[in-house]
Ligand binder design. Structure first.
Ligand SMILES: Cc1cc2nc3c(=O)[nH]c(=O)nc-3n(C[C@H](O)[C@H](O)[C@H](O)COP(=O)(O)OP(=O)(O)OC[C@H]3O[C@@H](n4cnc5c(N)ncnc54)[C@H](O)[C@@H]3O)c2cc1C
Ligand SMILES: NC(=O)c1ccc[n+]([C@@H]2O[C@H](COP(=O)([O-])OP(=O)(O)OC[C@H]3O[C@@H](n4cnc5c(N)ncnc54)[C@H](O)[C@@H]3O)[C@@H](O)[C@H]2O)c1
Length: 493
């Protein structure tokens, strides 16, 4: 069977869904191909379940820190897991499929691979009732293909690790019971969030990190998270080098050999989670058939066109990519931003509107056709306790990029809003000021609900708001946002 659409999107994660939506808005016909669940990793095994697992512990701690509130006690793990299941719809993606269909996007189930320029073959996913693989569909795109196939977990080549059948983030976010003990390898975002969640749920957690925690953030953020995890009973071992793993019995206890503090130790636990990063999922999407290298990230320009994939006779690129598959920042919100750009670019370049500004390479401009915020205004919120949230580069990254910056730090417990939140409030924030232009280029917040404080900073960075104007943005009393006034004062205003 062969069908033709104007646009084919490979992958219906949060990013592919958004690209399909935007591309269809000027009347182009769009099909989206999905191998597993519409909604992708984020909805079923990443953002939504992990944040649901983290929320009860955060709520309990917040209550416990306010005088006069009765001790909320330990979490009811069963109820937490049940809420997580409710939030992920227990793997039922019919709501997301209905939404796509309601906006006129065709959903094709199966694994899609490019077999030539603008041609995709879809191998249907097998179900329990299948006798074998079903009929392969051939889809042709009149205009463009958008690849949004996300990323997949990587396992480091540690002897015995793969054979020990460890958890990855999928198992950690979908577990039906809480193991008595959990050893986590990797001190990045997944490792720190899952250490927090499983300690909340009552597991004895050991976190093995080869350097500090949260390497992508300012150093003081990782230090605050390490201290808080230790206070919560997590055995945090920094500078730990995992040498070997063994699990003699299937489903039995796991033993991790680790070099730490100059000696070799064995860490034993009921379960092992590997959280050592992800790679773009491009190994099996037919990149070789269009002159690209399978396994590599899809390098894009700021219009999200894939570099090296070629153009049509009118000079319009035909292949686009967005989300984790590009190897840029791997977060849902930044991927969806790229998806809005990709969809709008495709709609403008191929749709009836024919907006000429979409044809111009929009490098360096704040245009709807350029993912400009990927450079210097990318955001991330980590839902540990304390939360860590940042926009733009760290101080070190800014200096390495040749920017003349001044870091302005403030202890968040010093503002009145912190004292009325809790007598135990602890947090720290930093802004980075480009001293030449007197504008903000980055900010980091560490503290309770830091993620909710981030967007003011993001607006200041993207808007390139001069500090002299920021001085007139008066934060309400008594909120923690009064730190903005303190930043200005500390800078000498
Ligand atoms: C544990 C965890 C927690 C996270 N928490 C957060 C968070 O709180 N906030 C945040 O912003 N980010 C978070 N992230 C990151 C976030 O999940 C990803 O950035 C996001 O899912 C990327 O979206 P995507 O659409 O690019 O990829 P995915 O969500 O991976 O979706 C890709 C889709 O493509 C499909 N697909 C792949 N190959 C093919 C093919 N050949 N044919 C057809 N379909 C295919 C897949 O089945 C999948 O549905 C988290 C990640 C993890 C692992
Ligand atoms: N709240 C959020 O936005 C959120 C939450 C979870 C995940 N994510 C995204 O998911 C992606 C994957 O997260 P992740 O934590 O798996 O990756 P990561 O890149 O954040 O962290 C991986 C960590 O593992 C360490 N590591 C790598 N190899 C190792 C080895 N052999 N032994 C020991 N440690 C090793 C690295 O040094 C790093 O600290 C990230 O890009 C992140 O942006 C986002």
């Amino acid at each position: 069977m062969e069908q033709t659409f104007d646009v084919i999107v490979l992958g219906a994660g949060p990013v592919g869904e958004n690209a399909a939506d935007r591309a269809s808005r000027t009347g182009l016909s769009v099909a989206v191909v999905e191998a597993e669940l519409v909604g992708g990793e984020c909805s079923y095994w990443a953002c939504i379940p992990s944040k649901t697992l983290l929320r009860p512990g955060a709520a309990r701690d917040a209550a416990a820190q306010v005088p006069g509130v009765a001790d909320p006690g330990a979490l009811d793990a069963g109820a937490v897991l049940a809420w997580r299941d409710e939030m992920t719809g227990e793997g039922d993606d019919s709501g997301q499929v209905s939404w796509l269909e309601s906006i006129g996007v065709t959903v094709v189930r199966g694994h899609g691979r490019l077999v030539a320029e603008r041609v995709v073959e879809v191998t249907p996913a097998r179900t329990v009732d299948d006798d074998g693989p079903g009929e392969v569909h051939r889809l042709a795109a009149r205009c463009a293909v958008v690849v949004a196939t996300g990323s997949e977990v990587t396992l480091p080549p540690v002897p015995g690790l793969a054979a020990a059948n460890p958890w990855t983030s999928r198992e950690a976010t979908s577990a039906e019971t809480v193991p008595e003990s959990l050893v986590i390898v990797g001190g990045g975002v997944v490792g720190c969030e899952m250490a927090t969640a499983y300690a909340d749920l009552g597991a004895h957690v050991t976190l093995l990190a080869r350097s500090g925690l949260l390497g992508g953030a300012e150093e003081f953020a990782g230090e605050a998270v390490a201290a808080a995890l230790r206070d919560a009973g997590v055995d945090v071992r920094l500078g730990a080098d995992v040498r070997a793993v063994s699990r003699p019995e299937v489903g039995g206890r796991v033993s991790v050999e680790v070099d730490h503090d100059g000696s070799t130790e064995q860490v034993e636990a009921a379960e092992l989670l590997v959280a050592t990063g992800r790679r773009p999922r491009t190994g099996d999407v037919g990149l070789d058939t269009v002159g690209l290298t399978p396994g590599d990230p899809l390098t894009i320009d700021d219009s999200t066109a894939v570099t090296g994939a070629g153009e049509d006779p009118q000079g319009r690129p035909w292949l686009y990519a967005c989300g984790d598959v590009t190897g840029r920042v791997a977060t849902t919100h930044q991927g969806k931003y790229q998806a809005r750009v990709a969809g709008d670019v495709v709609a403008a370049r191929f749709g009836p509107g024919d907006d000429p500004t979409a044809q111009v390479p929009p490098s360096g401009t704040w245009s709807p056709y350029a993912a400009r915020a990927d450079h210097g205004a990318q955001t991330q919120a980590v839902f540990t306790r304390p939360q860590v949230a940042w926009v733009g580069p760290t101080e070190r990254e800014a200096r390495e990029a040749g920017l003349a910056v001044q870091a302005v730090d403030y202890d968040l417990s010093g503002v009145a809003g912190a004292s009325v939140t809790s007598p135990h409030y602890a947090g720290r924030a930093r802004i980075l000021v480009d001293t030449g232009r007197r504008v903000l280029v980055g900010a980091t917040f560490v503290g309770p609900d830091a993620g909710e404080m981030l967007h003011a900073a993001t607006i200041a960075v993207v808007g390139e708001v001069p500090l002299d104007r920021l001085w007139h943005a008066v934060p309400a009393f008594p909120t923690v946002s009064e730190v903005w006034l303190r930043f200005c004062e500390e800078y000498g205003m």
